[in-house]
Structures are given as C-alpha cells and as structure tokens.
Ligand binder design. Structure first.
Ligand code: DGT
Ligand code: CA
Ligand code: CA
Ligand code: ZN
Length: 582
C-alpha cells in the first residue's frame, strides 16, 4: 500500500468514528495521522521494516499498529468492521451541503434514516424540521441539496465547464475589489472531464467579492456561503467553488488549489526536504505546519514558488505527477504548443456525408477563423448511416473542391481546402482501393465498427498504418467521454506500428473524444510519432475545437514541432507526400 492509500484509510476512519459519535480526540488523531503520512518523504514500508514508526510525531501506539497492519497485509480488520457498522447512506449524506457528521448522526438516531432516499422522504413529510437543531429552513436546504446532488454528483465535459466558467471569471476580473483571480483545479489543468469548477480571488474585501460571485446571473442556486468561500450550482448542474485569499497568500493558494493532489504531494515533500513547509497559505521557514506570516517566503508568483523548490516553472496542464518533476529539475520542461500555432484541421465533414455545411460555407468560415487550410474528409461508403461517399461521389467531390480552390485563388484568398477521406477500417482492409486513395491529398483511417477482441482491433489498426496511402489514424479508441468506453485495443502496439511506418496519429479535438488520450502522447512522442490536431468538424462552430485540442496536446507535453498542422501549407504538402514516396 502506498503512503497515500494509507492516509486515505485513516481519513475515512476519522469520518466513520465521527458519524458514530466517538470521542473527538480519537477522530482528530486519525486526521492528524493522515496529514503526517501525506507529508512523508519515505515509503511507510521502509519505516515499518526499520521499526521507525514510533519516531513519527503525533502517531501513537494504536495508529502504529494499524499502519503496520495496512502496510504489511494491505488490509485492516478494524477498518473493515467499522465500515460494516456504518450504513453507506450516512457517509453519502455528508456530501449534502450543511450536513456534517453531528447532524447526520442526529438524523440517524432520531429518525432512523440510513439512506438519502429515506432522508428525502423524511424531509418531504416535514419530520426533519421538527428536530432540535433543525428547522424549516434546514429541511428545505437538505431537500435542495439532495436534488442538486443527483445532477452534480456526476462529472462534466471540459468544454461544458469552460463555457460556464469563463463568463464568471470575467465577471470576477472586472470587479474593483478583485486584485487577482484565476480558475484553479482540474479546469485549469485542462483535464478532459472535471468534477467541479474552482475559482480563486485575491482581495481585501472578501464579503463583497462573495456577494458579487453568488449574485451572478444564471446561477442555479447557492449551496454554501461563508466569509472567505462560497459554492454555487451553475447551469448544467456544475458546481463551482470560490475561495478568497489575501494578495500575499494568492500564489500559494493558486498552486495548492490547482493541484493535482498527486502533484501537490511531491511539492510538499520537496519543501520538507529543504527544511520548509508548503501549504495553501505559504511556503514557510518551518519544520512544522504553520501559517505564521513572519515565517513565509515572499513569493509573488507560482514561478517563484517553483524556483524556491529548485524547479523550473511547470505549466498547469503538466501538474499530474507525470514526469514534470524530473524535467523541471533539469530545466527541461518543453515550450508547449499554443493554440494559435495551429493553421487548420485535417479531418472534417461536409453535407456530402453527415456534416451540416457546404464546401463554400466551410471555406469561408475556416478562412475567417484564421486558418490557412481545411481538409474535407467525408465518410467512406461503408459508413452508410453517416451517408458515406462511394467512389463515384468521392470523385465528384474532388472536382468540387478544385472549383472552390480555383475561386479562392481568383479572389486572391490564400486559404485552401484539401481533398480527402475518412476511410473506414474494415475487417479485411480499407473501404477504398489504393488507386482511389492515391488521388486524395489527405487520408484519415478510422475504425468505426470495432470487434470485441483486442487483438483483432489492434491487427486492423496496424494493417491500416501499414498502408502507404494512409496519412493518419483517426480517434484511435472510439471513446465518447462520459458516454461510451474506448473499444479494446493495444494502443502501444498501434503507436509502435505508426512509428515504424511513418504514420501520424490524430488528436481528435472534439471534447467528447480527445482521442488519443493525453496520457499516451509522451510515449508516442518518444517513439517519434507526429500528432495532428483535428476538429472532426461536422458544423461551422466546431472550428472552436482547435483551442481545446491544443490544450489537450499541451497536457500531452506536445510542442509546435510535434504537431504537423502547425506547418504552412507548402511544408505540410511536402510532409503529406513523404510516406507515399517511401
Ligand atoms: P475535480 O474537481 O474532481 O475535477 O478535480 P480537482 O483537481 O479540481 O479537485 P478539487 O476540486 O477537489 O480540489 C482542487 C485542488 O485542491 C486539487 O487539485 C488539489 C487541492 N486539494 C484539495 N483537497 C486536497 C487534499 O486533501 N490534499 C491535497 N494534497 N490537495 C488537495
Ligand atoms: Ca475541481
Ligand atoms: Ca473544488
Ligand atoms: Zn470524422
């Protein structure tokens, strides 16, 4: 068991004890123990083996025994029994705003409720309002909390979160009492799905900022409102947290609340190794937890915090404990791609298959969006549900693409459409013969009807990569985030085949796909496989996906040189010709 896992078990024990109404000192001992373990720079296994647990501050004999059992057996009988003795519904109730362990215990003791459904029924019957320490208002609040929990307990697409977060960020920025502000958390790290949205503000008058935040138009409800923080529910059921801190605390709070948790743990350990303490309030010259401003190092930016820990600046997208520390120690954090580096998209659809816009409309829109080129890669014949093109229609489309380009040239416009196809990968090869593919400027090969067998899917994708007319593989796993699991495929084997054949891999920028996943791009890059960031546009507004795709590419450590649709058209054409010349 890792230190983190042990710490989590201890925290959970603390919560369960609280729910059982145990002595608060006992509860706190577990919480403190968890904190101590999170801050350790050595694995617990080593400490246990060398019988050094007793040296840790604040970890008494009872905890030592339990930690030893966890570390050596991976289990803890005491924890299992405790869990079995507390209904899971009571733990779930803690997620309802306004309900702490004491209140949950009271509800359980006096009304016998053990599930959220029972609690809801008790509220609706008016039985909660009659209890001591509760009332009509609390009862109403609990009901609202339960209703919201149903919607916001879920995860949300990054794009949906950005859409509701950005107007609020602007509203905060424009308030005169806001000195600095930012998003934080998974949204700032550009995770493909996010749980909730986090905002951070530096201000001298938290109350006015919180009032401003909670009275934004479009807010569904206010779930919590305190002196320095507030939580609201935004349209779509997305919850958002705001924290207000002082200007001095701001960079530290920003780093802390940006996370990730895994990244933060390493940061804290680095601080401890240098005789310092790092938390959301500062980086302190101290060997124990503190918030004493007199001990705080005067960092004004996140850059200065990293510097104090002997690290180069790590962009938020890379803060996942995914290699950033080794790179930042050596000053080797790459200069990441910017979305404005992108010049077009090489996988897109039109009314010829299942897209919503004509070739003329697409050309005008992509040109106005600042693109230099845009490939039209409609579906192939086998994708009949998407109105796929057969060879005859595809050849007709080639003529139309040429006409649009001739018109653009006559008008003195630099923008060009590229002809292409998103050709289906079938069981026994591609949907089009090589001589037809050879007539196209851009060929994307995608698996739309996968087999249930991993080896079979891997074989089909590798065969597609081995075709000299296939420039790139589209949406490698077919996943739809929060809706459809990826199909089974050995992605590393496919990446290896792409490396061997000079085939590129798409980063599909549709926010439901973001496929190839960011976690695999470091591997692909190390193998020398190039990336193409594609909108897979079916509508004009999908050009906006370029910005999202670039963010995910950054999360995958990609630079401008790793992404081929950053190239000007002539250079791109040379690259497109390369595999065919092999
Ligand atoms: P999400 O909202 O589930 O998509 O993910 P995050 O990363 O936004 O997580 P959230 O909103 O719970 O907290 C924001 C950041 O605050 C998180 O990335 C790291 C920091 N943080 C929160 N709780 C803890 C904790 O218990 N330990 C540590 N080390 N960091 C924490
Ligand atoms: Ca969050
Ligand atoms: Ca949060
Ligand atoms: Zn497509």
């Amino acid at each position: 068991m890792t230190n983190n896992e042990v710490a989590e078990v201890l925290l959970e024990i603390g919560t369960l004890l609280e729910l059982k109404g145990e002595n608060p000192f006992k509860t706190r001992a577990y919480q403190n123990g968890a904190r101590t373990i999170e801050g350790l720079s050595e694995p617990l296994e080593k400490l246990v083996a060398e019988q050094r647990l007793a040296d840790l501050k604040g970890i008494g004999e009872a905890l030592q025994q339990k930690i030893t059992e966890l570390v050596t057996t991976g289990k803890l009988r005491y924890f299992d029994e405790l869990k079995a003795s507390v209904p899971a519904g009571l733990v779930a109730m803690l997620g309802i705003p306004g309900l702490g362990p004491k209140k949950v215990k009271a509800l359980n003791d006096k009304l016998g409720v053990t599930t959220i459904e029972q609690l809801e029924a008790a509220c609706q019957a008016g039985r909660v309002a009659t209890l001591d320490g509760f009332g009509d208002k609390t009862q109403q609040k609990i009901l609202e909390g339960i209703a919201h929990r149903r919607t916001y307990a879920s995860k949300h697409h990054l794009s949906a979160a950005l859409e509701v977060a950005e107007p609020i960020l602007w509203a905060l920025k424009s308030h005169p009492d806001v000195i600095r502000c930012s998003t934080a958390g998974s949204l700032r790290r550009f995770k493909e799905v996010v749980g909730d949205i986090d905002f951070l503000v530096a201000s001298k008058s938290p109350a006015t900022v919180i009032h401003h935040f909670t009275s934004q138009p479009g807010i569904v409800s206010v779930s919590a409102k305190g002196d320095t923080k507030a939580s609201v529910v935004l349209p779509g059921g997305i919850q958002a947290d705001l924290r207000v801190v002082t200007s001095e605390e701001y960079p530290f709070a920003l780093a802390y609340f940006t996370g990730s948790k895994e990244h933060n743990i390493v940061m804290r350990q680095r601080a401890i190794a240098r005789g310092l303490r790092l938390n959301e309030y500062g980086l302190f010259r101290a060997t124990e937890e503190t918030r004493d401003p007199a001990l705080r190092l005067p960092c004004r930016t996140e850059e200065e915090i990293f510097q104090a820990l002997d690290l180069a600046y790590v962009p938020p997208e890379l803060r996942e404990d995914h290699g950033e520390f080794a790179a930042a120690e050596r000053g080797e954090i790459p200069r990441l791609l910017e979305w404005t580096d992108l010049r077009g998209s090489l996988h897109n659809h039109s009314t010829w298959s299942d897209g919503r816009s004509s070739l003329d409309e697409i050309a005008a829109h992509a040109d106005a969006h600042g693109c230099a080129y845009w490939a039209i890669t409609d579906h192939s014949e086998s994708s009949f549900q998407a109105n796929g093109l057969d060879a005859t229609r595809l050849r007709q489309q080639l003529v139309e693409v040429k006409k649009v380009n001739a018109r653009l040239a006559a008008e003195g416009v630099d923008f060009r459409l590229l002809s292409g196809s998103e050709v289906d990968i079938l069981r026994d090869g591609l949907d089009f013969p090589d001589d037809l593919l050879a007539e196209l400027e851009v060929v994307v090969a995608s698996l739309h009807v996968p087999a249930s067998d991993e080896a079979e899917n891997t074989r089909r994708l590798i065969a597609a990569a081995e075709n000299r007319y296939v420039h790139m593989l589209g949406h490698l796993t077919g996943r739809l985030l929060l809706e459809r699991e990826p199909y089974k495929v050995n992605q590393q084997a496919v990446i290896d085949a792409c490396a061997a054949t000079g085939t590129w891999i798409e980063l599909n920028a549709n926010p439901w796909r973001f496929d190839l996943d960011w976690r695999l791009w470091q591997y692909a890059k190390a193998k020398g496989v190039k990336c193409v960031i594609n909108c897979d546009a079916h509508r004009l507004e999908h050009t906006g996906f370029l910005r999202l795709g670039a963010g995910i590419a950054r999360k995958g450590w990609l630079t401008k040189a790793d992404v081929l649709n950053t190239l000007p058209l002539e250079e791109l054409r040379r690259k497109l010709a390369r595999k065919r010349a092999r």
